[in-house]
Design a protein around this ligand. Structure first.
Ligand code: UD1
Length: 434
């Protein structure tokens, strides 16, 4: 199994380019299920989860072509001949976002059979709100042998109020509502940029959607959706990870090809920590400006501080002078990285949903274990300032969501290399997170 070996101490200097957003690409690929025509997606990141999604769609009879590099990271999907409306346990257990096929399959095919995802490293993560929403649209839902079955002649527009804000729940229902008969109003929706990007793609396919990006989305169902060509937005979490890495190593780094509006909460917080930030049209430059100061964060739904940046921020807080309180409000068990950071020399106390980091403590390289996608990013970032060598095990987590992270970091001065096999063919089972 691959490991990353990082020798700390180098500031990051130069320019790093951000890839397309994994969390926008996954629902966009699922949206292709809604149409018989071809959907062409550009700026798809070359990460493991995209391969899983490709496998998920091809198992249903879709034709999916993945092109990288000069092919503009273009993916062409044709779902003309779907033969099997099923997402198997084997795939769902490695990637929870597989459940995004549920809404589109019932809407287009009239039925879907999707494995229940089960628990994961960062929390229980049920999908009850997806199911309640689909029931409100008229689907009959049953559960047997660990699978959810959903059936409907044709979905009917409805008024759905999410009890809790859910990103993939909003996306799943949004896709389903595009082919429902009549109008749907979805309330208490997620406003994440990935939801807005999905709505933009669906609109190009012929859907009638108003107010995506607000808490209340209105959808007028249509009979059929067509094909479309769409460019996926930049990955705000990858951008955020480089932003934190630059601030932490005291470098001078331009993060290019990103959307600075999508990382607003992080940038304001870093300014509070004393980091110098310059915002361009599609780039952010982070420059070293003396010692880091502590600042508290609370994770929230967009546009608040993202839970997917909490682990990386914690690594930064270990090097800030003073006490930083980190409150995790989205997932119940998202502090696994803290224990590994402590092994590297951090002073972190956890009390339920709150972690208190006391800095600055020197970090020293150690053998550490990545428990989930963003936890592994946090360990990489911490290793960049640790004394000596850090060996990060279970990097298949990082390969799920970061494109060639070690190459990108090396190109701006980090000492990082991968040992073991190249990217494994399959991630080990039962480790899904995100
Ligand atoms: C998405 C992101 C993930 C991010 C998370 C929160 C993708 C593929 N993944 O995950 O990277 O960390 O948003 O920003 O986009 N919940 C329920 N019932 C449901 C659905 C959710 O109780 O039916 C709860 C969850 O357990 C969690 C909270 O709602 O506590 C938010 O989860 P949700 O927004 O659904 O996360 P995901 O969409 O799975």
């Amino acid at each position: 199994m691959d490991k990353l070996v990082v020798r700390g101490g180098n500031p990051l200097v130069g320019t790093v380019r951000v890839s397309g957003a994994k969390n926008a690409a996954l629902p966009a690929m699922a949206a292709a299920l809604l149409s018989e025509e071809t959907v062409i997606l550009e700026n798809i990141p070359q990460v493991r989860d995209i391969v899983t999604e490709r496998n998920l769609l091809t198992a249903m009879g879709a034709e999916v072509e993945l092109g990288y590099g000069r092919a503009h990271h273009r993916t062409t999907i044709s779902c003309r001949n779907l033969v099997n409306a099923e997402a198997s346990y084997d795939l769902v257990k490695t990637m929870r976002a597989s459940t995004l096929v549920l809404g589109p399959l019932v809407a287009r095919m009239g039925h879907a059979r999707v494995s229940l995802p089960g628990g994961c490293a960062i929390g229980a993560r049920p999908i009850d709100l997806h199911l309640k929403g689909l029931e409100a649209l008229g689907a009959r839902i049953t559960q047997e042998h660990g699978y959810i079955e959903a059936r409907a002649e044709r979905l009917k527009g409805a008024h759905v109020v999410f009890e809790k804000i859910t990103v993939t729940g909003t996306e799943d229902l949004l896709m389903a509502a595009t082919l429902a008969e009549g109008e749907s109003v979805l309330e208490n929706c997620a406003c994440e940029p990935e939801v807005v990007d999905l709505a933009a793609l669906l609109t190009k396919m012929g859907a009638q959607i108003e107010d995506a990006g607000t808490r209340s989305i209105r959808v007028r169902g249509v009979e059929k959706l067509g094909g479309a060509r769409h460019r996926i937005i930049p990955d705000r979490i990858e951008a955020g990870t480089f932003i934190v890495a630059a601030a932490l190593t005291g470098g001078d780094l331009a993060i290019a090809n990103c959307d600075p509006r999508h990382v607003g909460a992080l940038l304001s917080k870093l300014e509070e920590c004393g980091v110098k930030v310059a915002i361009g049209e599609d780039s952010v430059r982070i420059a070293s400006s003396g010692p880091l100061k502590s600042a508290d964060i609370v994770t929230e739904e967009y546009p608040g501080f993202p839970t997917d940046m909490q682990a990386q921020y914690m690594a930064l807080a270990t090097q800030a002078e003073g006490m930083s309180a980190i409150t995790e409000n989205i997932f119940e068990n998202r502090f696994m990285h803290a224990l590994e950071l402590v092994r590297m020399g951090a002073n972190i106390k956890i009390d339920g949903h709150r972690a208190v980091v006391r800095g600055k403590t020197p970090l020293s390289g150690a053998a550490v274990l990545a428990s989930d996608l963003r936890a592994s990013a946090s360990l990489v970032v911490a290793a960049l300032v640790a004394e000596g060598e850090t060996i990060i095990d279970r990097v298949y987590h990082i390969d799920r969501g970061y494109e060639r992270i070690e190459e990108k970091l090396r190109s701006v001065g980090a000492q990082i290399r991968r040992i073991g096999r190249l990217i494994p063919e399959r991630a080990p089972a039962a480790v899904a997170a995100e």
